[in-house]
Design a protein around this ligand. Structure first.
Ligand code: SF4
Length: 319
């Protein structure tokens, strides 16, 4: 037997009223609630898609912790205390390296602005990003006066070292299909241009029959371009910066996803802020995550040796 339950949509801060048909403990239909005084029966495509949310296969219901290359379910208390400890450590060591991305709730909901301000104050970071539109300007000014720093109108998640998503990883939880649109279009533009540029280079090189991909390193790869480079047989160069492009933690993230073959790491030394010790710092990051000395050696030494040894003039001095 089915029953109809009035509720409201959580997919954005419109909180439109919905009527849910529930049968056997499962939601079978979702409709706009004509009795809701605010939305009067309106339900946008995102709201309609939320019917998939509660029963989505693989939807994480408990926190998961990365241990080496595996994910383990942990208790909420453990997750919260460990995240708190990590945030405290980050705050001590890299206060300005923490960025808080506050989603569109900042624009619609004054409670979102207060929550974001509380997080920013707690973490001590002045880096608060939001997709806030001009119609939320008054709240923006209020948040700025609380935080004591300018709040950029655009997010920069593509370059942030750490992004704290309060509540859930929306992509991972498979919420409504447009939920991931909270990543601002500026960041998406950045990703798109980087992908296009990499594809251009890869296609150009592949169109020349005389080019052996195994003898080519395409440098400055990032998370959204590395796989396209490796898939075509090229070497991927990860240039390490302390504050932009690939930081040591992001580089190790890429290794965890893409494996250890045909990847080369180097530290930047250019017009941006550079760190000549970025490579050893990446080795330390690998060891912190539990990777063996042999793994570190392959990435940082054996891989470059293998690549450079393709030149007959190259040899490693015997010590
Ligand atoms: S996602 Fe659509 S249906 Fe849901 S609250 Fe927002 S506007 Fe309303």
């Amino acid at each position: 037997m089915s029953e109809t339950i009035p509720s409201y949509c959580r997919a954005c801060e419109g909180f439109c009223g919905v009527q849910l048909k529930v049968q056997g403990g499962r939601i079978t239909e979702i409709d706009g609630d004509p009795l809701n005084p605010f939305s009067a029966g309106h339900l946008c495509p995102v709201g309609q898609a939320t019917i998939e949310e509660p029963h989505a296969e693989g939807r994480p219901l408990r926190p998961r912790k990365r241990v080496g290359t595996e994910w383990q379910e942990v208790e909420w208390d453990q997750a919260i205390s460990e995240i708190g400890a990590s945030m405290a450590k980050l705050r001590r060591e890299h206060t300005r390296g923490i960025g808080l991305y506050a989603g569109p709730e900042l624009a619609f909901d004054h409670r979102g602005a207060i929550r974001a301000a509380a997080w920013a104050l707690g973490s001590g970071t002045p880096n608060l990003f939001s997709p806030l539109a001009m119609y939320g300007a008054s709240r923006l000014r209020a948040v700025e006066s609380i935080v004591g720093a300018a709040v950029p109108l655009t997010s920069d998640v593509g370059r942030a070292h750490y992004t704290v998503l309060i509540g859930s990883d929306q992509q991972e939880a498979r919420w409504g299909p447009l939920q991931s649109g909270t990543i601002h279009t500026q960041a998406q533009d950045y990703f798109r241009k980087r992908r296009q540029g990499t594809k251009l280079i890869v296609d150009l090189l592949k169109s020349h029959s005389g080019v052996n991909p195994d003898r080519v390193i395409i440098d400055h790869v990032e998370e959204h371009t590395i796989q396209a480079v490796l898939d075509q047989g090229f070497w991927a160069g990860i240039t390490l910066y302390p504050d932009s492009k690939s930081s040591p933690p992001r580089a190790v993230d890429m290794l965890e996803i893409c494996g250890r073959e045909r990847i080369w790491l180097n530290s930047a030394c250019d017009w941006g802020i550079s760190d000549p010790l970025a490579v050893p710092k990446t080795a330390i990051e690998m060891r912190h995550r539990g990777y063996s000395a042999e793994f570190v050696d392959q990435i940082l030494f054996q891989n470059p040796v293998r690549f450079l040894s393709q030149c007959p003039k190259f040899s490693v001095p015997v010590t």
